[in-house]
Design a protein around this ligand. Sequence first.
Ligand code: PGA
Length: 247
Amino acid sequence: MTAPTPLIAGNWKMNGVAASLAEAKAVAAGLDGVTARVALCPSATLIAQMAWTLKDTAVAVGGQDCRVEASGAFTGDVAAEQVKDAGASLVILGHSERRAGYGETDALVSAKAQAALRAGLEPIVCVGETLEQRKAGEALAVVTGQVRGSLPAELVGKAFSVAYEPVWAIGTGLTPTIPEIEEVHLAIRATLVEQFGEAGKSVAILYGGSVKPSNAAEILHADEVGGALVGGASLKADDFLGIIRAL
Ligand code: PGA
């Protein structure tokens, strides 16, 4: 089984308007010689414009969430089919901000991953422990439990990635040590192989949480780190390119 192609994905969260597409264009213009896959995941309102802006470039576009149902009376929600139709090829699922803010469970994230597959979207499924869980020595159990519960069997052999994002490292400037990251990524890999067999070896395991140009190289070269999910530092093309180029 081949090693996964690294993926560097930017999560713009609830930031960005049409004028911000200049940053997306600048990312695309700075990718000469880059072999990693690169994606930007803006708010649903910007997916179509960004996909149009980035067509014929190496930057893929992703959504930040989707609903399980394909259509219906769900005011304010967006179906995986709509995310795909707007021009996205990937979708972030189970981000801790959604798990915490909207009570998203592993079972719901798993159902969303099935919806993403149904729509032809590649899921990026997020997992990660809170600071309390880490302090209690539960990080590995929590994260591997989330991996088991959030990834449906239908993903076997399909393109998807897992993003390990310790909740306490998101937007805080704090990051785990490299050995701590490697310990969790190795445990995720073992869980993926247990769940998906040989196919589990070719799933990219991204790290996310306060990745920036100054720490990207050591994180991206750590054992079993197959890329990054980048929040704040993906909003400015120079910072995001600094991370991409650190690979
Ligand atoms: P951050 O966010 O890079 O701003 O810490 C990462 C994420 O939430 O995906």
